[in-house]
Design a protein around this ligand. Structure first.
Ligand SMILES: NC(=O)c1ccc[n+]([C@@H]2O[C@H](COP(=O)([O-])OP(=O)(O)OC[C@H]3O[C@@H](n4cnc5c(N)ncnc54)[C@H](O)[C@@H]3O)[C@@H](O)[C@H]2O)c1
Ligand SMILES: O=c1ccn([C@@H]2O[C@H](COP(=O)(O)OP(=O)(O)O[C@H]3O[C@H](CO)[C@@H](O)[C@H](O)[C@H]3O)[C@@H](O)[C@H]2O)c(=O)[nH]1
Length: 465
């Protein structure tokens, strides 16, 4: 018999744990959902009386949190208590690329997952369903199971894999109406019961035919595969954008032409300065590492090319700026519009803006940044993390603005790094008047009207055109 879930705990109150649990709580008022994290500042921000100050910016999220928080949604640092009382525990901690030891720069670092499993094993006194929400290498559930089943007490654990497919910037929309929910579990009767318990949670708002169930390993691998396919599309279109620039073809026209083939489809064909975000690169590197560890060199090399192409795209955008500005940007103000890795998020992880800025700072440019949702502290932190130069130098060369018009004043060039909608509505005439001439604009996201801006006087470079 599938157990009816009334208490859920989620370990990890980040970009996935926060929004997913907020929506579960919103849609399942009969379930008490407690989201826990070791990071006290983050929990305090989730509990801020003004839901506009919650730590994750996502359209519509503040409203969902306002509806459920304090009713059946709670944020807390009391990890042990929340684990002890829950019937179902989601593990939603970060699984970054390893920065040390074997697999450095490639494999997923599973230390936080293991810590969670050990903590659950230590604290649990009643049977529990453990749900892997984090993105994990295929066969991780085996390790989690091994830790949990060797606890020395007779608590029964079932492990499920339930990867998250939300994209940042549309998280609430994606969670409200997902293309599919994927649940992997053991093929034993107990495993099937656990799957059913989680199906019952999602069935509160997701049509049953959209809930797919598989074995554990298919579910774990499907998450890496989905991201690899999506990133591959971006690298494919970006590869062709460079060919367009040499042949007179226009990448937007090429995208539209191929996207109308129903087998290809129109989505995810926007040429850009490169993909960013915390997932694509990390998950593909992990996939490449797993393939290599099974001796599958051709498989590994195939997928690695997606990353190689992306690095090339980011590098060539920065190089284009330097080359166009008469081969030197030393001492020149370059205004960055956008720092987040995509619009409608305050997340900057692996944002192409960081790498383009780093490239230009190596050339001694003065980088001015405006992003509607990213703070100065975050921008400098992202650059300092690269350790390309000392922190004082970054602080000297980088200035941030809370107004795009001020940011662009006196600049030799503007670089658009994020496709924020507001950039389309600017008074470009006014911006042009206040820039150093010739005024260059490098559109890394195909957001501005090239023809109109060229008429104003800008020298415009757009990717793939
Ligand atoms: N960001 C996305 O859009 C997205 C989408 C789908 C899947 N994922 C996957 O979900 C997972 C989480 O990603 P994220 O972006 O939410 O990460 P995140 O860094 O925003 O959040 C993770 C949180 O876990 C906390 N944490 C780590 N170890 C802990 C422990 N032992 N106990 C309590 N808290 C702990 C951290 O303090 C942090 O707040 C990753 O595996 C990621 O690949 C992310
Ligand atoms: O046509 C496109 C589409 C996307 N991008 C870029 O690709 C990156 C990733 O975008 P997106 O996939 O929309 O955002 P993420 O939040 O990274 O979401 C991806 O990664 C998540 C974490 O695993 C998954 O859950 C999602 O399904 C998957 O889309 C961003 O820099 C985008 O600007 C392009 O350059 N061109």
């Amino acid at each position: 018999m599938a157990k009816k879930i009334t208490k859920i705990c989620c370990i990890g109150a980040g970009y996935v744990g926060g929004p997913t649990m907020a929506v579960i709580a919103q849609k399942c008022p009969g379930i008490k959902v407690t989201v826990v994290d070791l990071n006290q500042a983050r929990i305090e921000a989730w509990n801020d009386p003004d839901t506009n100050n919650i730590p994750v910016y996502e359209p519509g999220l503040a409203e969902v949190v306002a509806e459920a928080r304090g009713r059946n949604l709670f944020f807390s640092t009391a990890v042990d208590e929340a684990i002890a009382e829950a019937e179902m525990i989601f593990i939603s901690v970060n699984t970054p690329t390893k920065t040390y030891g074997t697999g450095k720069g490639m494999a997923a670092d599973l230390k936080y997952i293991e810590l969670c499993a050990r903590q659950i094993a230590r604290v649990s006194k009643t049977d529990k369903i453990i749900v892997e929400k984090s993105t994990l290498p295929v066969r991780t559930a085996e390790a989690v199971k091994s830790i949990l089943q060797n606890t020395g007490n007779d608590v029964q654990f079932q492990i499920l894999s339930n990867p998250e497919f939300l994209a940042e910037g549309t998280a609430v929309e994606d969670l409200h109406a997902p293309d599919r929910i994927l649940i992997g579990g053991d093929t034993t009767p107990e495993g099937q019961d656990a799957i059913q318990s989680l199906v019952d949670v999602y069935s509160n708002w997701v049509p049953r035919e959209r809930i797919l169930t598989t074995n554990l390993w298919s579910s774990e691998l499907s998450k890496l595969t989905a991201n690899a396919f999506l990133a591959q599309r971006v690298s494919s279109i970006n590869a062709l954008s460079e060919l367009c620039e040499h042949t007179g073809a226009d990448i937007s026209e090429v995208s539209r032409s191929i996207g109308t083939d129903s087998r290809i489809g129109p989505k995810f064909l926007n040429a850009s300065v490169g993909f960013g975000g915390s997932c694509f690169q990390k998950d593909i590197l992990n996939l490449v590492y797993i393939a290599r560890s099974y001796g599958l060199q051709q498989v590994a090399d195939y997928w690695e090319q997606v990353i190689i192409m992306n690095d090339h795209q980011k590098r060539r955008f920065g190089n284009k700026i330097v080359k166009t500005l008469y081969n030197t940007v030393s001492g020149k103000k370059i205004a960055f519009l956008g720092w987040a890795f995509k619009k409608d998020t305050n997340d900057t992880r692996e944002s192409p803006a960081i790498f383009v800025a780093d490239n230009l700072l190596n050339e001694e440019a003065k980088v001015a940044v405006y992003d509607p949702k990213v703070s100065e502290q975050q921008i400098l932190g992202d650059l300092n993390y690269l350790q390309s130069r000392n922190e004082a130098k970054n602080a000297e060369l980088v200035t941030t603005f809370d107004n795009a018009y001020e940011c662009c004043k006196g600049a030799h060039a503007i670089a658009i790094l994020t496709e924020w909608d507001e950039f389309k509505t600017y008074d470009w005439e006014q911006i042009y008047q206040n820039m150093t001439k010739p005024a260059f604009l490098f559109d890394g996201r195909n957001v501005v009207d090239k023809k109109k801006l060229t008429e104003i006087g800008f020298k415009v470079y757009t990717i793939g055109k």
